[in-house]
Design a protein. Sequence first.
Length: 463
Amino acid sequence: MSNDEAAAIELKVACDKCALPSLAEDQMLYALAAISATGYVPPTRVPLNLCLVLDHSSSMHGEKLKQVKESAKYIAHQMRTGDRLTLVVFSDRAKTLIVQLGGTAAQTTSQLIDAVEARGGTEIYAGLTHGLEAARKQQTDAFGNHVVLLTDGHTYGDEQNCLEAARAAREAGIFLTVLGVGTEWNDEFLTDLATAGGGALEYIDSPRKIAEVFQAHLRNMQIIYAREANLHVRPAEGVRLKDACRVSPYIANLTREDTTRVSFRGGGPTRLGHGERDLPPGGDRSSPHQKMGAQATTPMEHSFCLGHLGQEADQAFLLELIVSPQATPICRLAHVRLDYLPPGNDVEKSLEAEVILPTVTHSQVETDSKVRDVVERLTAFRLQEKAWASAQAGDIPQATQLLKAASTRLLSLGESELSQAVFAEAQQMERTGQTSSIAVKRIRYGTRGLIPFLPRLFSRRNK
């Protein structure tokens, strides 16, 4: 295969079952969709339009602010010809500190950063909107457009405004990454904010890790395999998408937009995980089977914004499908499509895969152990998430029960250290009736990373 023909990324799908039992009732099917770099085509460095929005409120004093300033100076010196860097600082007010065009960081850049002092309160909306507007002023379609927000605290009363601003920016092609430092920030709000902005939330538990995290995110923004990627899932008739979740490299909700479409773009059914293709004119992709005893309906297509796929392109998503009784020996259950733009041009590409399983008359079917392991790890994450929700609602007995269930499941998965931490927090809650903000973040973000990308997830028969 030549580089001209090769694809930079690939899409594959695997199911937790090797066949579909012929049941008289609905059943759950898990499908794992994985995107990974093929190795045939190297990633491309794209010009970067980056805005750093940095909290310098009073709580950032000392080592935290020192590390943030050193990281900002590092990023300024990593900019190359064609890049655009804006630095916004905020506390209870926001201001633009630096606008750097091109690759040379002036001496005054370091001096301006060094002069930043910790003072004031924390109003994230002020900093966020200032940063998003700065990014819009420098935005072009040829650039990777990113805003990175770093904070260590809560904001008060402007959460909904922040979410709306992040969604609007994402729709305009500006993606938001959120970095939470320490233990006092509102992780539920910042998680929602990162999701709304089409980016990631990262927990930085120590000021010493700030520089490392900044550098990793910078590399992933500068070197990319694909731009403006969107994952589309269209269940067949008689199949419903209950949920879809990113599971690797970290567990997170997806930004979802549902549309009803009469047909898929492209040709007829294909085997699991076929190769890249340009998007052809519309063709019929209606399901070859129908729900038993029901009339055909127009399937719903569920779309998820993934943003740019950077140097760490490998990602995996778990699809939870509710399957009604099927009448055909071979069932095409869902169609998965990844649309994206290559880094070097605006000709949209598409990768497609079909979820197809044979039906069998017996109820005992072979399962895929690797997909089942992903399901179990996601379940452990969800158990602790439910525990924190119960604790916040004042139901401590329910919260401790859920944490103990998560601890047991983690132990069975070989995650003994995390299991012990979860169990210890359950005991602490039983004694005091309260949660520890440190423990909540360590457990929540520890379980978020339970599913690293598995390069050997797919056997040869699925390739």
